[in-house]
Design a protein around this ligand. Structure first.
Ligand code: ADP
Length: 291
């Protein structure tokens, strides 16, 4: 069964990505609300078909920590990727001045379990772990977006990637080594710092400094850390292990799940629903003030 554009009714725009818009849509045959991500790529038909084939492994694979995939199709040279609608959006727009430790730990548990599912069940590495690719809903659930299952899609996106915040591990920048699961662990560590401190930890290019400053800092400087005045030793140690410059020394997902930072909050019933609702209201208020 193949879905196509005629089956969808546009509801509203959810956001603009680097490669196209994300829309909230109604899938008329099933009555399901979905998010439809447009990915504009200049690719030939055979590459587009390969992407659809690769995305197919997501069908029927389900994890509570991965955004559900409903199907994809292409029109001209755009890929349309239909997925579970997450009504609070991505974490980059929710973290504000930084999330408290208990919320951070709960988010981290979801991210690690999602990554572990991809690795162990789908036999895939994610390749694009960052707060924009982690979404929340009003039930307080946190889930990962996972385009990484399509190697072709990732390669096509990477070629055109012009993002100004790099989550790439130092070994990837220095030696262009093949992507490994350890590089995802680095990106996870960097994302945790951004979520906890409320900002991306490396210099961001502006009109005075180019992106080279960021790249040099990632390679030459000591890895960033969570602020000691707000975060426990356990959480800081967790991040330090993820951001070990030696990829071989970074922990596995199973080891990360056993770390005291996550163990402490595993059964703590953190009020994620309350946190998401407050963060979402703050996001709306900020957006209203701007307009
Ligand atoms: P890009 O990665 O190219 O920057 P995104 O995937 O981040 O594009 O999409 C842009 C915005 O669309 C996100 O910031 C998020 O708010 C929204 N969005 C993306 N996917 C979903 C989804 N499944 N449910 C709800 N909103 C989404």
């Amino acid at each position: 069964y193949k879905i196509n554009m005629e089956e969808f009714k546009y509801i509203e725009e959810l956001g603009k990505g680097q490669f196209g818009t994300v829309q909230k849509v109604l899938h008329m045959p099933t009555g399901a609300i979905m998010a439809m991500k447009e990915i504009r790529l200049e690719l030939d038909e055979s590459k587009l078909s390969q992407i659809l084939m690769e995305l197919d492994i997501l069908h029927g694979s389900n994890s509570a920590y991965i955004i559900e995939f409903y199907g994809a199709f292409f029109v001209e040279s755009c890929v349309y990727y239909c997925m579970e609608y997450m009504d609070a959006g991505s974490l980059d727009k929710l973290y504000g001045a930084g999330v408290p430790e208990d919320v951070l730990a709960t988010m981290t548990i979801s991210m690690v379990k999602g990554l572990q599912f991809m690795k162990d069940v789908l036999n895939k590495i994610h390749r694009d772990v960052k707060p924009t690719n982690v979404l929340a809903n009003m039930k307080g659930e946190i889930k990962l977006c996972d385009f990484g299952v399509s190697g072709q899609l990732i390669r096509s996106l990477a070629r055109t990637n012009v993002g100004c915040q790099s989550y790439m591990a130092p070994e990837r920048i220095e030696s262009q080594s093949t992507y490994t699961v350890q590089s995802d662990v680095w990106s996870l560590g960097l994302s945790i710092i951004e979520l906890g401190s409320g900002k991306y930890p490396y210099p961001i290019p502006d009109k005075h400094s180019g992106f080279l400053g960021q790249i040099i800092a990632i390679i030459n400087e000591d890895p960033p850390s969570l602020p000691a005045d707000k975060f426990s030793e356990d959480s800081r140690d967790f991040v330090a292990q993820c951001l070990n410059k030696d990829p071989q020394a970074r922990p596995t997902y199973a080891q990360l799940l056993e770390h005291p930072f996550l163990k402490t909050y595993e059964n703590a019933n953190v009020d994620m629903k309350g946190w998401v609702q407050k963060a979402y209201e703050a996001r709306l208020a900020a957006a209203n003030k701007r307009s």
